[in-house]
Structures are given as structure tokens and as C-alpha cells.
Design a protein around this ligand. Structure first.
Ligand code: GDP
Ligand code: IMO
Ligand code: MG
Length: 429
């Protein structure tokens, strides 16, 4: 039996949704363990595109999906997503979706604080998705957050909202110069949500344990990416959760012993949406070409993604931080038609070579990528389904990544659809 964790290795949007949807065929349960609706995971099945923000990407394969305790959940967005999927004929009933009672609830004031803070920061803003993610995780760490467990108990919930709003309203009014929030309106709104969501609540740790004991296979779906991780990313230009594989355990309620493989999703080049350092970013026609051909617009906010060459410093960092056992290279098709390609193999800082990702943003800002140039290929590789049929230069590119990452490539994705995939070594088989 295999239980596989899937994580992003770069700054998010690596194509996790596509690979989770593809591999969910072999899993019985798919669990999201961190983040919230800052995520936008795209799946394309039979020509139709689905973007999920909260519901795990196993839902289209008819698998049981789990929202883990490590997530922060906006109940309104979740209900909209459930309705949207159900309108498409996909079963998202309480048998198919379990929500952890321990997951934290995103409140209207979290969103409001997120947006008002970004506005106040002006040029120094992080470029958050504005979904209230940071303020919600802050309340969790400050031990004043509201979990589904409190939300289901009307008395507890009302007391928690009133007590939270004393502080939040002061902060909103006097620091952020924003409007205050009425407790009654929030309570009335959220009581409606919980009525619909109650049947979905579960102790997901117990549920996953039972699944594993019954020899079912679990896929843990990461959101964001290793370099948006609160500890290991480009702090403070990060999200507010732990995105690395270790958090699959804490955010779902399992121990590390149950994990059998960790697949890192690697876009064949690099993108980043929002502010923050990006050493291999391209500001020229090549960057523009990749952005256009790769249709690099954020799946959650629609913002244009910044584009650059593949960066092996960050990929090696991701291999170590996540203990990756395999790689899935996505969007290789986008690089077709370029005369040459560059791979960043290290950084140069004040005349010295750096091989490990620096903690200091000032050092990072002074790092120049050391680029290795290799020939590109002209062919459209999107119809190819076998590794042997790839052009030699595409194979050379993959071989170089594999050698530099010291990690085997298990999947190559050559298009957004589920079937546009070259499977080399299925992590579940
Ligand atoms: P995620 O957040 O990691 O799930 O990634 P997103 O869904 O935000 O962004 C990835 C985008 O690339 C989506 O529009 C996918 O449909 C698309 N995509 C995924 N894999 C491939 C691929 O191999 N080739 C191409 N051309 N597009 C892909
Ligand atoms: P998926 O799962 C790309 C970025 C935001 C911003 C920073 C903090 O689709 O890969 P937040 O709203 O989390 O406080 O924003 O993190 N960000 C993402 N970038 N993909 C994502 O998710 C992201 N989720 C957050 O753009 O820079
Ligand atoms: Mg995304």
C-alpha cells in the first residue's frame, strides 16, 4: 500500500492540481493539509477545466476528499465550490467530503484585515491573494481562532465572535482606518453556513487512520510551494502556512511512518505571482514568450505570473526540505520552439558561488544566477505519450534536471489535460 505526498517545489502553481487529479485514480482518499482558498488548482478533463480552491483535486475521480485540520476554510467559498461541482454532476455529499472539526474558519474580518493591511503597506505589500489567509493563521497561533468545532456550537461561536471583534474592531478602526464589523451580522451569516456544513464535519485523523488500516491508499495534496513556506520560503514574501511535506502529517493528523513517497511538482521553468525575490526572473522577450505560451495567469486572482528560467538552487532546496522521492516535470511543452534554454545551476554573490538558498533577502537580491545553456527543441511535444518519442534535446533537458536534482523524474506533463502525460514510474504502483 502506498500513501503519497504531493508538494510544489517552487513558488506555487507548478501544476499540482493536474498531477493530483491524474494520480487520484490510484488513491482512495485525497487530503489537503494546509492553506486555504489562496490555492487555485486546475484540472482539465475531457476538454473541461475545473479550478478548485478548497475541495481536494481528487473529487473529479470520485474519491473521498478530506479537508485537514491544517487548513483555514472560508465556509462561503467552500459552499460555493460544493454547489458548483454538484451542478456539474459531481458527487460532493458528506460521504465524499470530510471537513476536519479542527480546521480553522476564515472570518469576514480576516479578509478585511488582509486587504486593508496590503493597501496600507503600499509598495511594500506582499501581494497576498486577499483571502484572509494570514490573519486567520495569526489567530490560530494566538489561540483565539475559531474552529469548525466552535462554529457548530452556537453559544461558543457567539461568544468567540463577540470577544474577537472587540480587538479586531479597534484594530480596523484605529490602525487600518477601515470600517468596523457588526457581530450580529457575522453570527447570522455563519449560522447559515454551519447548518449546511455540519454533516461534513469529522475527526479526519481517525477517518484517515481507519482508511489506512483498511488498506486504502491516501494521497496528500499540498498547496502553494516550498518557497512560499512560512519557515523555508522567501520570508516575509511567503504564505502563512507550512507548505513542505512534513506538514502533511501535522496538517492531516497522521505520523510520518504512514508516508511512502513524496512527489515534488516542478514546472519546467519558474513562475511567481505576488511580490518577493526571484533570482532567475526574465524581464525580456523570452520571459514574455513563456508567460504567453504558458498562459501564466493566477488561477485564484487572475494576476499575471512573473516568469523565469528553471532554478536548480531552489529545486535542490526543495529536494532536501521535502525528502523528495520523485519529481513530476510539468509544462515541458511550453518550452518547445526555443533555440536555447537556460538552467540556473548556482548563484554568484559578490564574486563567490553560492549553492544553497540564502536566508537573507539582501543576499538574495545580490545573487546573480549562474546559467548553463543547452539546446532547445522545435517540435510540439504535446501529442507525445512515450518518453522514447521525445526529441533528443527534450530528453537532454530532463536528464540534466534529474542529474542536478539527484532525484528520479517519475512523470512528465506535456499539456494541461489529464491524458497529456508521460508516465515513467507511477508512485502508487
Ligand atoms: P497548481 O496551483 O500547482 O495546481 O497549478 P495551477 O493550476 O495554478 O497552474 C498550472 C496551470 O498550468 C494550469 O492552468 C494548468 O491547467 C496548466 N498545466 C498543468 N500542466 C500543464 C502542462 O504540462 N502543460 C501545459 N501547457 N499546461 C499545464
Ligand atoms: P497554489 O496552491 C501561487 C502567494 C501570493 C502571495 C503570497 C502570500 O495554487 O500553488 P497569501 O494570500 O497566501 O497570504 O499570499 O503567497 N500565493 C500563491 N502563489 N500559488 C498559490 O497557491 C499561492 N497561494 C498563495 O500570491 O505572494
Ligand atoms: Mg495554483
Amino acid at each position: 500500500m502506498s500513501n503519497i505526498v504531493i508538494v510544489g517545489t517552487q513558488w506555487g502553481d507548478e501544476g499540482k492540481g493536474k498531477i493530483v487529479d491524474l494520480l487520484a485514480e490510484y488513491a482512495d482518499v485525497v487530503v489537503r493539509f494546509q492553506g486555504g482558498n489562496n490555492a487555485g488548482h486546475t484540472m482539465v478533463v475531457n476538454g473541461e477545466q475545473f479550478i478548485s480552491h478548497l475541495v481536494p483535486s481528487g473529487i473529479l475521480q470520485g474519491k473521498t476528499c478530506v479537508i485537514g485540520n491544517g487548513m483555514v476554510v472560508d465556509p462561503n467559498v467552500l459552499l460555493e465550490e460544493i454547489d458548483y461541482l454538484q451542478a456539474k454532476g459531481i458527487d460532493v455529499g458528506p460521504d465524499k467530503l470530510k471537513i476536519s472539526e479542527r480546521a480553522h474558519v476564515i472570518m469576514p474580518y480576516h479578509k478585511q484585515i488582509d486587504l486593508a493591511r496590503e493597501k496600507k503597506k503600499g509598495d511594500k505589500k506582499i501581494g497576498t491573494t486577499g483571502r484572509g489567509i494570514g490573519p486567520s493563521y495569526e489567530d490560530k497561533a494566538a489561540r483565539r481562532g475559531i474552529r469548525f468545532s466552535e462554529l457548530r456550537d452556537a453559544q461558543d461561536f457567539q461568544e468567540a465572535v463577540v470577544s474577537n471583534l472587540i480587538e479586531k474592531n479597534f484594530y480596523l478602526e484605529h490602525f487600518l482606518s477601515d470600517e468596523t464589523v457588526s457581530p450580529d451580522a457575522v453570527i447570522a451569516e455563519y449560522m447559515k453556513y454551519i447548518e449546511r456544513l455540519k454533516p461534513y464535519l469529522a475527526d479526519v485523523s481517525v477517518f484517515i487512520e481507519q482508511a489506512i488500516k483498511s488498506n486504502l491508499q491516501v494521497l496528500f495534496e499540498g498547496a502553494q510551494g516550498t518557497h512560499l513556506d512560512i519557515d523555508h520560503g522567501t520570508y516575509p514574501f511567503v504564505t502563512s502556512s507550512t507548505c513542505v511535506s512534513g506538514n502533511a502529517c501535522s496538517g492531516a493528523g497522521v505520523g510520518p511512518k504512514v508516508i511512502s513517497g513524496i512527489l515534488g511538482i516542478v514546472k519546467a521553468y519558474t513562475t511567481r505571482v505576488g511580490a518577493g525575490p526571484f533570482p532567475t526572473e526574465l524581464f525580456d522577450d523570452v520571459g514574455e514568450k513563456i508567460q504567453k505560451k504558458g498562459a501564466e495567469f493566477g488561477a485564484t486572482t487572475g494576476r499575471r505570473r512573473r516568469c523565469g528560467w528553471l532554478d536548480m538552487v531552489i529545486l535542490r532546496n526543495a529536494v532536501r526540505l521535502n525528502s523528495l522521492t520523485g519529481l513530476a516535470i510539468t509544462k515541458l511543452d511550453v518550452l518547445g520552439g526555443m533555440e536555447t534554454l537556460n538552467i540556473c545551476i548556482g548563484y554568484e554573490y559578490k564574486g563567490k558561488r553560492i549553492d544553497n538558498f540564502p536566508a537573507s533577502l539582501n543576499v538574495l537580491a545580490g545573487c546573480k544566477p549562474i546559467l548553463e545553456t543547452i539546446p532547445g527543441w522545435v517540435e510540439d511535444i504535446s501529442p507525445i505519450r512515450k518518453y522514447d518519442d521525445l526529441p533528443q534535446f527534450a530528453k537532454d533537458y530532463l536528464n540534466r534536471i534529474e542529474a542536478l536534482a539527484e532525484t528520479p523524474i517519475q512523470i512528465v506533463s506535456v499539456g494541461p489535460s489529464r491524458d497529456e502525460t508521460i508516465m515513467l514510474d507511477n508512485p502508487f504502483l
